[in-house]
Design a protein around this ligand. Structure first.
Ligand code: MEV
Length: 438
């Protein structure tokens, strides 16, 4: 039942009161309440730790947690956890990872880890003045930051540079401070934002003392990290001679398969309407590993798509080339990930995922995530240039329907045989079962 009333103080209700209130919006109130509750962990400590990750929590939303085994990256084999609800993605990534492992696996051929943050401010005084004072201001800001950065410096990271940039193209009198940071194994969002907010406060202080007796020549607009991370990217590649394609080319001659593969990558490299879908296929793998390891997939999505449009046109993030009879696929993607701190430590399954991966460094995790992204991408292209994607989807779709209808044993085998070359739909499966049982 839709309730059009504004509710005041929802956040002040207890967890149970919130659940009851929301369950009452559902047709079968008590069933809904039970279900919301059942999807929570039984262990009290785990449950409250989990519920405390967010606000107004009344349940938890489950996502299948699967494994793509045999992802070989720089000679190491990983069995990679993936959290994703879309059928076929894990199966496709696994199949493709296994194929590339047989050809030597994925190689990380480039990795950079510089992150950026900005303080935007307007300066209403003489613009010359701010450039004259920049040297002193920079020293003042960096000196203050030392108290915040000492731990990060001890771990090998910290501030890499601080620049003053004119941002008048956006608005008159606008400037920005650009901070470049190395955050080692943490994603570093809190660290960067804390540094930036400290700089924003320091700007006010500096000018109040320095040159702003009547106040407010300097007005801070905002201080925030940038999720656009073109200097925090990873490149992975994989190569094989085309005769390897014999096992996966369906009925195509390997030369034709390779040509179609190259063309598919070229189309995605030039045509934005294909590039978006192509990149979605990459992000299927990327996001699933980021989810499973407690990393921020929204940040990765935002960065990836901005990066894909960095020359002014949206393009594929991955590519394919051929030299002689060796075909190479590659992917460069911005990825700001962490393997310590934040959700990676707080979410019990994220912690386990990292353990399954051998507690990688952030750089290693970037290589693993990108490899799964490229594996997913290759699997999608392989299907598109051979059988089409519906065949694989339909097999899993059938399996989901049979599960929903509690069909197993001989009947399940018969259904799988019957639908091997037929169109799968819920009604078609129900009709088939009905025919067999009457
Ligand atoms: C579906 O989730 C992803 C694909 O559409 C990707 C692609 O077209 O490359 C299969």
């Amino acid at each position: 039942m839709i309730n059009n009333q504004i509710i005041h103080g929802f956040s002040k209700l207890s967890e149970e009161e919130k659940r009851n209130f929301i369950a009452a919006l559902c047709k079968e109130t008590s069933l809904a309440g039970e279900r919301f509750e059942r999807f929570l962990m039984e262990d009290e400590a785990e449950r409250s730790q989990f519920l405390d990750l967010s606000e107004n929590t009344i349940s938890s939303f489950h996502t299948p947690y699967g494994i793509a085994p045999n992802v070989m990256v720089d000679g190491k084999v990983y069995h990679v956890p993936m959290a994703i609800e879309e059928s076929s993605v894990v199966a496709a990534a696994s199949h493709s990872a296994r194929f590339w492992a047989g050809c030597g696996g994925f190689r990380v051929t480039g990795v950079s880890t510089i992150k950026l943050g900005h303080v935007y401010f307007t300066w209403l005084g003489d613009p010359e003045y701010i450039w004259e004072r920049w040297h002193l201001l920079k020293l003042f800001l960096l000196e203050r930051l030392k108290k915040l950065t000492s731990n990060m410096v001890r771990r090998g990271g910290g501030i890499l540079s601080l620049e003053l940039l004119d941002a008048a193209v956006t608005a008159d009198n606008l400037f920005k401070l650009e901070l470049k940071v190395e955050t080692i194994n943490s994603m570093g969002a809190n660290f960067i934002n804390t540094c930036l907010e400290d700089m924003a406060e320091a700007l006010d202080l500096f000018f109040a003392v320095d040159n702003d007796p009547e106040g407010k020549k300097c007005q801070v607009a905002m201080a925030i990290l940038s999720n656009y991370t073109p200097q925090c990217t990873v490149t992975v590649e994989a190569s094989c001679t085309i005769d390897h394609f014999r096992s996966i080319a369906e009925r195509l001659p390997v030369e034709v398969f390779a040509e179609k593969m190259l063309l598919a990558y070229r189309i995605a490299g030039n045509d934005p309407s294909r590039a978006v879908t192509h990149n979605k296929g990459i992000m299927n793998g990327v996001d699933a590993v980021l989810m499973a390891t407690g990393n921020d997939y929204r940040a990765a999505e935002a960065a990836a798509h901005a990066f894909a449009a960095r020359d002014g046109q949206y393009r594929a993030l991955s590519w394919s080339t051929m030299e002689g009879d060796e075909l190479t696929i590659g992917l460069t993607i911005p990825l700001a990930v962490g393997t310590v701190g934040g959700i990676t430590n707080l979410h019990p399954l994220a912690r386990l995922s990292l353990e399954v991966l051998g507690n990688p460094t952030a750089k290693e995790l970037m290589g693993i995530v990108a490899s799964v992204g490229l594996a997913s991408n290759f699997a999608a292209i392989r299907s598109l240039i051979t059988t089409g994607i519906q065949k694989g989807h339909m097999r899993l779709h059938l399996s989901n329907i049979l599960n929903m209808l509690n069909v197993d044993g001989v009947m399940r085998d018969e259904a799988e045989l019957w639908f091997a070359n037929r169109k799968v739909s819920f009604n078609a499966v129900k009709h088939f079962l009905h025919e067999r049982t009457v």
